[in-house]
Design a protein around this ligand. Structure first.
Ligand code: ME8
Length: 647
């Protein structure tokens, strides 16, 4: 039997900052990965960044950064967040990785060659400023859901993936395989809304921007970002490369964790893509709900995110992990607020676990000079149930974790913690200290055993807390395959030390967090001052110098993007009787339709130069602001014949 466990998160859009909602997916997957490692499985845990597409190209432009620098900056940010939350990924894939790009191209070529991709016209409702097609149902009040402007019917040439050919397959997979998509409610929703009505062929190419993976059979198009992104789950394992040993070892994936907004991509496009490639299906797509704030999904576009680094710096990464794993949206949406967060730290981590730890270690310190005593007097009516709980908790966690029920596993562990606190109240060790040292020895021994079991199990969920707890209890982590009550683990030296968790004043923290968080969730960084070139004042010239420049009015007859460049436009400009080709670096700001037919001012006596293989004879004058955010053509106030002089 395979002893591997391959778990994935979605790859995050490299556009903005990560918020608590994003962290849910990854912390959840991390807990599953860690638990399975502890069970002795050979685990591969994959996460990464989704870096292509118009949105990201635009985000980079809006930040005045080269897109390559922008995505690198986002990846650094993602890795900082994952470090703060102790995410133990085995690989961080980037869709800009050359190996990934090669894999996407290989797959597209295969699908094209086997007739699963064909060329046609894409028809839809197009938002010109956003350069994006929408379906009727995606519109908000009949307008673009992103910018709110009117959309228009449009069509363009594109390549289509024959999803419809696989209708029968996908119908059976979603309807009959109860394990493929969990929870059941999501499976029913996807089936009813997307599968039953029939899947349509999918346009998998875009030609209106260039930041993407070029189609190998038509380089004028780049791959639709979802096709590019989904392939990460197998390109990361070397699928289709010279070394596909990881793919052979770990595929099919055991669990792919996704939020409910992207479940349909993972349960329709993804399995069909795999089927077309004759690759076995993932064993399970686990689709969780959203963290919400005031009823809305926490999202970067709404600016209602909560910054995980701020929280983890102030309270520790494990507090964030605990809140997400215990109260996070395992299936349904759940609300998040600073108040809920701080209250949970106080009640569960500080009161329940923290107090149990300090009471136990303090009493061992006080009564047995820090050394865990040998158990003596047993009182079955008090001890049996406690011992049974200690012996049963691991099996219950194992059972829960077979279905990725992280929430249940945490609950079982904390039920034990709460029971242990009750055991203290029931056995009153502070009285035993005066009356019955032998019984006290057993009670404190049992509490120490309980905390050792808790520490061992917590490794998967709260790794830092587990380490600290072990240090306090004077134990090394025990064997995960044998988490049981024993009567022979005494003699260790405990270290009372600092409390495990601090108790917070809820009101004060909420006021602070809500202020701090607002500032912390800043958009992606703007370029530093040094990056924006200040315009140096130029040297004075004489009228004779100026006279050397041959400026004339031209009329733009045609304009088109230069192949393989996202910056250059090749313009055909009429200047009097002459027609010239002039290449301008303005594609980032202006589309051909913005300049065709316009009068422009041309520097006519500039030496010709070749740009991307195209000879450019002259220069079109533009006005550009200091930060290079805005560029506009310099034109004539009234119409005037082309060739007219400018002086
Ligand atoms: O969707 N609560 O990336 P992404 C819970 N690049 N989960 C949330 C959430 C919230 N408020 N907001 C976002 C993408 N998420 C694609 C994935 S995979 C081949 C491509 C979750 O950065 C969201 O549901 O927009 C998704 O699972 C993950 O964060 C990444 O979202």
């Amino acid at each position: 039997m395979k002893n591997t466990y391959f778990i994935t998160t979605p790859i995050y859009y490299a556009s903005g900052n990560l918020h608590m909602g994003h962290c849910y997916t990854t912390v959840f997957a991390d807990a599953c990965a860690r638990y399975n490692r502890l069970l002795g499985k050979d685990v591969f845990f994959l996460t990464g960044s989704d870096e292509h597409g118009l949105k990201i190209q635009r985000a980079a432009e809006n930040n005045g950064m080269k897109v390559e620098d922008f995505v690198q900056n986002r990846v650094d940010h993602f890795k900082d967040v994952w470090k703060a939350l102790d995410i133990s990924y085995d690989k961080f894939i980037r869709t800009s990785d050359p190996e990934h790009v090669a894999c996407v191209q290989k797959i597209l070529q295969q699908l094209y060659d086997q007739g699963d991709i064909y060329k046609d016209y894409y028809k839809g409702l197009y938002c010109v400023p956003c350069e994006t097609y929408f379906t009727e149902s995606q519109l908000v009040d009949g307008k673009c859901p992103d910018c709110g402007r009117p959309v228009e019917e449009a069509s363009e040439e594109g390549y289509f993936f024959k999803l419809s050919k696989y209708q029968k397959f996908i119908d059976k997979l979603i309807k009959d395989d109860n394990n493929f998509l969990v929870p059941e409610s999501r499976k029913n929703e996807i089936y009813k809304n997307f599968v039953k009505p029939g899947v349509s062929d999918l346009c998998i190419s875009r030609s209106t921007f260039s930041w993407g993976v070029p189609l190998p059979f038509d380089k004028k198009h780049v791959a639709y970002v979802w096709i590019d992104a989904l392939v990460n789950y197998i390109s990361a394992l070397g699928y289709g490369s010279n070394d596909d040993s990881l793919f052979r070892k770990y595929w099919p994936s055991d669990v792919q964790v996704v939020g409910r907004d992207i479940a349909r991509f993972h349960t329709i496009i993804w399995p069909i893509l795999l089927k077309a490639l004759n690759i076995p299906m993932p064993k399970q797509i686990h689709s969780h709900g959203f963290l919400t704030q005031k009823g809305d999904k926490i999202s970067k576009s709404k600016g209602n995110g909560f910054d995980p680094i701020t929280l983890s710096n102030r309270y520790g990464g494990d507090t964030v992990r605990y809140w997400l794993l215990k109260d996070g949206p395992i299936f349904n949406d759940v609300p998040y607020s600073s108040e809920l967060f701080v209250k949970t730290i106080n009640s569960d981590l500080c009161n329940d676990l923290g107090n149990l730890t300090s009471r136990t270690t303090a009493m061992i310190a006080q009564n047995f000079t820090n050394v865990v005593p040998e158990p003596k007097t047993v009182v079955p009516s008090q001890d049996d149930e406690f011992i049974a709980m200690m012996n049963g908790v691991k099996a219950k966690c194992d059972d829960a974790m077979k279905d990725q029920r992280v929430d249940k596993a945490i609950e079982y562990i904390f039920d034990l913690v709460r029971y242990a606190n009750k055991y203290i109240d029931m056995t009153t060790p502070w009285s035993l200290a005066k009356t019955d040292k032998d019984r006290l020895a057993t009670v404190l021994y049992n509490l120490h055993q309980c905390l050792s079991i808790v520490a061992t199990l917590l490794q998967a969920f709260l790794p830092q807390t587990a380490d600290k707890l072990c240090a306090k209890l004077g134990i090394s982590k025990s064997d995960f395959s044998n988490v049981k009550y024993s009567r022979d683990d005494y003699g260790m030296v405990v270290d009372k030390g600092e409390p495990l968790f601090v108790r917070y004043d809820v009101q004060k923290e909420v006021a602070l967090l809500d202020g701090e968080i607002k500032e912390a969730v800043a958009p992606a960084p703007k370029p530093t001052k040094e990056k924006v070139k200040e315009k140096e004042p130029k040297q004075m010239i004489t009228i004779d110098d100026f006279d050397k420049i041959d400026l004339r009015v031209g009329k733009v007859l045609a304009s088109e993007p230069v192949e393989n460049s996202d910056k250059l436009l090749k313009n055909t400009v009429q200047i009097g009787n002459e027609t010239r080709t002039i290449v301008s670096g303005i594609a980032k700001y202006l589309k051909p339709c913005d300049i065709i037919g316009k009068n422009v001012i041309v520097v006519c006596n500039l030496k010709p130069i070749k740009l991307r293989g195209v000879e450019s004879c002259g220069m079109i004058i533009c006005a550009v602001d200091e930060t290079c955010d805005k560029l506009t053509l310099v034109t004539t106030a009234d119409d005037i014949p082309s060739g007219s002089g400018v002086n």
